[in-house]
Design a protein around this ligand. Structure first.
Ligand code: GLC
Ligand code: CA
Length: 534
């Protein structure tokens, strides 16, 4: 039975600035990732996705790319990358890069050319528009980082569009030359042997051709960010985007038959479920995994989680493989959202649902959002709309490796502060503790590897009442029960008749309690995995 790695495996996201520094500049680098591959292999994940490593002015910390086929000197060299890739493969780990196709840096040579004059051959590689009659931007679109999405270029007398910072001009994906250039970028990395890409803001690539105003948002709440003042009806999720995803998929599939295994595409898409599903492909195959971010926002309550899971499963297209995300470099960390005790239950949920899980670095330690002292804020999202809690620095802090100075992350002061609890909340300390969050992750990942029912099996609900969410995973003869207590009170979970001789395999708490009188007493904040085999 051969199942592609991106279905059976677990993906681990690395924010490279914050994983491991090796040259004492306080910023993580590629050699640092290479140094920690042993840790990752031992943890039990299958693939790493590395946030952008390309040359960049770092206006948006690498999501403003000035050269798609290089490595920023702060991260290392192309040779360092080749070494990382080879060593990752030697450890049995796949490597996904972050592909940022929607926009370049304003310092990218393409944009410098495009901006140089209206008649430049690359003018149409970006989205240039005249002011409206009487002056002012072409329409009411708002940048995702606040403020108008149009920037006036005095020299050439037109506006250009940027969905994010003005240092991140949007490319014109309706231009075939842009598409061809980007296919070349993908080929460059696929030829080097990368196993796939996470595609940044895939749903943004195509905008309505005539740039109509976006409707205003009747439910606008300024505290959530100015971008929500309008609904992104015309600036995102246009039907033509699916043709582009299909082109990328065809390219990736062309490499799949090389013996190295399939090359996977994961789309970053923040859309309601019905729209999200189209990114699996409409007429032709789209991306392998359109990221499913629902758990990040979810209400932590058995019935609503069950409805969310059931709704997602039901909406999947024929052959569409599910996936789950608990956190990433843009959203509050799970330990902060749910608290330490429930973060353990959340980890069990993430790693036992049906579908490919993506784990964010540091979440395996229960790392929380770190308060950034005033004057140390780095993230443009925070700097542009301060005080709304939109900043992302708190979730991008250095990985604490051990109790030595700077937590073993660097020999110098790191670019963002460490978590205050790093003397205890670090890899070395937690690896030695049988009850730690890290040990729990290792056990969960080991169980996933040992039990195809968890990695690949069918899913069926058993209970979603009070604070108990319980389900069955089965594969062939194998049947496992997962029972989660989402609250802080003891809950009684009545085992289904067929599962009466179920035996606990793993608890999020220190010890196991047996099934008694046909029921499992779930202690506060406890999740349990039971097996029916002897
Ligand atoms: C994506 C990235 C985010 C970045 C934005 C613009 O949402 O995850 O970090 O700021 O795209 O590229
Ligand atoms: Ca460094």
């Amino acid at each position: 039975m051969t199942v592609p790695w991106w279905q059976s495996g677990v993906i681990y996201q690395i924010y490279p600035r914050s994983f491991q520094d090796t040259n004492g500049d306080g910023v993580g680098d590629l050699k640092g990732i290479t140094r920690r591959l042993g840790y990752l292999a031992e943890l039990g994940i299958d693939a790493i996705w590395i946030s952008p490593i390309y040359p960049s002015p770092m206006a948006d910390f690498g999501y403003d790319v000035s050269d798609y086929t290089g490595v920023d000197p702060r991260f290392g060299t192309l040779a360092d990358f080749d070494d990382l890739l080879a060593q990752a493969h030697a450890h049995g780990l796949k490597v996904l890069l972050d592909f940022v196709p929607n926009h370049t840096s304003d310092q990218h040579p393409w944009f410098l050319e495009s901006r140089s004059s209206r008649s430049n051959p690359k003018r149409d590689w970006y989205l240039w528009r005249d002011p409206v009659p009487g002056g002012g931007p072409p329409n009411n679109w708002i940048s995702d980082f606040g403020g108008p999405a149009w920037e006036w270029d005095e020299a050439s007398g037109q506006y250009y569009y940027h969905a994010f910072l003005k240092q991140q001009p949007d490319l014109n994906w309706r231009n075939p030359a842009v598409r061809a250039a980007m296919q070349d970028v993908l080929r460059f990395w696929l030829d080097r042997g990368v196993d796939g890409f996470r595609i940044d803001v895939l749903w943004h690539l195509i905008k309505a051709a005539d740039f109509p105003d976006n409707p205003s948002n009747p439910a606008y709440r300024p505290e959530l960010g100015e971008m929500h003042r309008v609904l992104q009806q015309h600036s995102t999720d246009q039907p033509e985007v699916h043709g582009i995803a299909a082109e990328m998929r065809a390219l990736a599939d062309g490499y799949g038959a090389t013996g190295q295994g399939e090359r996977a595409l994961i789309g970053e898409i923040y859309l309601p479920i019905d729209r999200l599903m189209a990114y699996y492909g409409v007429e032709q195959a789209g991306v392998h995994l359109p990221f499913n971010f629902q758990l990040v926002e979810a209400l932590w309550q058995a019935r609503s989680l069950a409805a969310l899971i059931a709704g997602y499963e039901a909406a999947l297209p024929q052959g569409g493989w599910p996936n789950w995300v608990l956190g990433n470099h843009d959203r509050p960390r799970v330990a902060t959202r749910r608290g330490q005790a429930q973060a353990r239950v959340a980890a069990m949920l993430l790693l036992t649902l049906r579908g490919t899980p993506t784990l964010y670095y540091g979440d395996e330690l229960g790392l929380g959002d770190v308060e950034i002292p005033p004057g140390h804020v780095q993230d443009p999202r925070e700097l542009r709309e301060p005080g709304k809690g939109l900043g992302r620095d708190p979730v991008r802090t250095p990985m604490p490796w051990n109790a030595s100075e700077h937590a073993g992350f660097s020999t110098a002061a790191p670019w963002l502060p460490l978590n205050a609890d790093w003397p205890d909340r670090n890899v070395a300390h937690m690896a030695a503790e049988s009850g730690s969050m890290l040990t729990l992750h290792r056990r969960l990942l080991a169980l996933r590897r040992a039990h195809p029912a968890l990695a690949l099996g069918d899913f069926a609900f058993l209970e979603a009442e009070n604070d108990v969410l319980a389900y069955e995973r089965s594969y062939g003869e194998e049947r496992l029960v997962v029972a989660l207590n989402l609250g802080a009170m003891t809950q009684r979970f009545e085992m289904p008749v067929w599962a009466l001789d179920g035996r606990p395999l793993l608890s999020t708490l220190a010890d196991l309690t047996p099934v008694q009188d046909g029921a499992l007493l779930l202690r506060p904040d406890e999740g349990v995995i039971l097996t029916l085999a002897d």
